[in-house]
Every structure is written in structure tokens, then in C-alpha cells.
Design a protein around this ligand. Structure first.
Ligand code: NAD
Length: 293
């Protein structure tokens, strides 16, 4: 079994630059994606693409998924994609998607029954940090499996946190995105009200960034994606809404009555439905601005 041969399923906004980092670090990467356009972009980038997850998995010691959600990950491994069938016992599966922790535990048990090891290792930092290989990676699973994955993860990320048992990386990722989404929505509301009062939008952002209201969104999202009107962060509204639903479901499963998470999940679900499939998550500003008028 060769851990330097990696099947990579999901060549989208994040997956493509992550495969570039892996190839640059000397790994052989066998890519697969449902979308022909994504496969073509991977080939144009110098990658080796396969029509199905199962074909990509053939002969790989490690399989990485970077897919929209837990349902799609399960489908790629055990459903229509059937990648697990092509992996030899002892192979390592790393789900780097932002999946759902309870589903990840179930998937881990089903893969273990086939002799396969699963860890969850979702990422934070967006497309920009995927390109330069400085993602934050939160890894859940057996310590030995995380150690085995470390050289692979280090090709894509800078800080690798062991968060605990299987599913804990996915739990942490959903909670992180709740905090991130809440910070962005709060900053957008401040922009709407401040601008209405007559304060220049650039001034609002500059003051926030020099004050206690500063957060990641005020620093790296407001000017380039919101004030510019580009709304091109590379992270969709639908995926953010999914992450907040994951965080709300986790809280509900644990019996934690936390109204902020529930409210955020409802707000972003509404925004995703109103703005449609192609919307970027920074368009929460447009949704809040229209709703406030
Ligand atoms: P994306 O939609 O750009 O890419 C997902 C890819 O998966 C697409 O190319 C799609 O064709 C492919 N796909 C869907 N179903 C498939 C299947 N059954 N088999 C094979 N391929 C399939 O999404 P993304 O922005 O790259 O996000 C991927 C994951 O990373 C998500 O879970 C997201 O929440 C998470 N994430 C995204 C960002 C970001 O900034 N974009 C940051 C951190 C985490």
C-alpha cells in the first residue's frame, strides 16, 4: 500500500488548489469529480482525472474527499461512486469536506467493517489559503491514523489540530463557521445601519478594523467582496447555510438550547433560498440590506 498515491474526490473551488499542493509535494494524485468541467480544469492543471471515484481509488493508499456535504461523501464512498470497493483493506480515508459529525461516525463504522480507516479533517481558510497551502485543519479520529495522515495534511495546511475522536473535526468546523457567519452578518448589519446614518462604508470598515469589533470578515471580506460589489469569495451561500444547519443539528442532538446558532441557521437558510444556487456567502449583505429597507 502506497500512501503517496492519493485518490482525490471533489475537484471544486477548494479541491482543485488542494490537489495542486499535493502534486507539488510529490504525491501522485488521481482525481475524480461528477462535473466534466471540474475534471477538465484538473487535467488542464496537470492532473490525472478519472471518470468515477471507484476508478480514482484503484491502487491508492489514501483517499481524500472534498465534497459538498456528508450525504455526497457517503454516496461517493459507498453509494453510486463506490470508491470503497476499490480500496485495499488498510487504506486511509480522509474526509476534508465540512460534513456532519454524527454521519461521519456512522460512515467510520461502515468503512471499518471493510478494513478501511476514516478520519475527518475539515479545513478553514478559504480558497486563498488553499492556494498557498496554509489551511487550518481540524482532525478527528484515532491518533495513529491522524499521524499517518500528517505528511499528506501538511502539504495543504499549516496548523493541524487533533480535535479528538472521529467526527470532532466536523463538529469543530461547523462551530467555527457559526462564529464566522455570525461575525460576517453582524458586520454587514453595522454597515447597513452606519451607511444609512451617513457614515462612509470604507470608514466603517476602517474603524471596525482598528477597534474591538474587528473580526476575520471585517478584515478580509468586507472591502474585497462586499464594498467592491464583487461577492466573489469562492465560498457559496448554500455551503455556509449547510454548515450552520450542521451546527444547529449538533446542538439539538446534544440537547443544548443555544438560540444564536438556531437563529443563524434559520437566517442563512432563508438567504440561501432567496438568493439561489449560485450566490456567494458574502451576499448575506445584499439579503440583509434588502430585508432592512
Ligand atoms: P464546490 O461546490 O466548489 O466543489 C464541490 C465539488 O464536488 C464540485 O466540483 C462537484 O461537482 C463535486 N461533486 C459533487 N457531488 C459529487 C459526487 N457525488 N461525486 C464526485 N464529485 C462530486 O465546493 P467547495 O467550495 O470546493 O467546498 C467543498 C467542501 O469544502 C464543502 O464541504 C465546503 O463546505 C468546504 N469548504 C469550502 C470552503 C470555501 O471557501 N469554498 C472553505 C472551507 C471548507
Amino acid at each position: 500500500m502506497d500512501d503517496r498515491v492519493i485518490a482525490f474526490i471533489g475537484l471544486g473551488q477548494m479541491g482543485l488548489p488542494m490537489t495542486r499542493r499535493l502534486r507539488g509535494a510529490g504525491f501522485e494524485v488521481r482525481g475524480a469529480d461528477l462535473s466534466a468541467a471540474a475534471r477538465d480544469a484538473f487535467v488542464a492543471d496537470g492532473g490525472q482525472a478519472f471518470a468515477s471515484p471507484m476508478e480514482a481509488a484503484n491502487g491508492s493508499g489514501v483517499l481524500i474527499t472534498m465534497l459538498p456535504d456528508a450525504t455526497v461523501v457517503r454516496d461517493a464512498l459507498l453509494g453510486a461512486g463506490n470508491a470503497a470497493a476499490a480500496l485495499a483493506p488498510g487504506a486511509l480515508v480522509i474526509d476534508m469536506s465540512s460534513s456532519a459529525p454524527m454521519a461521519t461516525r456512522r460512515l467510520g463504522a461502515d468503512l471499518a467493517a471493510r478494513g478501511l480507516t476514516l478520519i475527518d479533517a475539515p479545513v478553514s481558510g478559504g480558497v486563498k489559503r488553499a492556494v498557498v497551502g496554509t489551511l487550518a485543519i481540524m482532525a478527528g479520529g484515532e491518533a495513529a491514523a491522524i499521524e499517518r495522515a500528517r505528511p499528506v495534511l501538511l502539504a495543504m495546511g499549516q496548523s493541524i489540530f487533533s480535535t479528538g475522536p472521529l467526527g470532532s473535526g466536523h463538529a469543530m468546523k461547523a462551530l467555527n463557521n457559526y462564529v464566522s457567519a455570525a461575525g460576517l452578518a453582524a458586520a454587514c448589519e453595522a454597515l447597513i445601519v452606519g451607511r444609512h446614518f451617513g457614515i462612509a462604508p470604507e470608514t466603517i470598515v476602517d474603524v471596525l478594523n482598528a477597534s474591538t469589533g474587528r473580526n476575520n470578515s471585517t478584515e478580509v471580506k468586507l472591502k474585497p467582496f462586499v464594498l467592491s460589489g464583487s461577492f466573489a469569495s469562492g465560498f457559496s451561500m448554500a455551503l455556509m447555510a449547510k454548515d450552520l444547519r450542521t451546527a444547529a443539528d449538533l446542538a439539538a442532538t446534544l440537547g443544548d438550547d443555544v438560540p444564536g446558532i438556531a437563529d443563524a441557521a434559520a437566517l442563512w437558510e432563508q438567504a440561501a433560498a432567496a438568493l439561489g444556487k449560485g450566490a456567494d456567502h458574502t451576499e448575506i449583505f445584499r439579503f440583509l440590506a434588502e430585508a432592512s429597507a
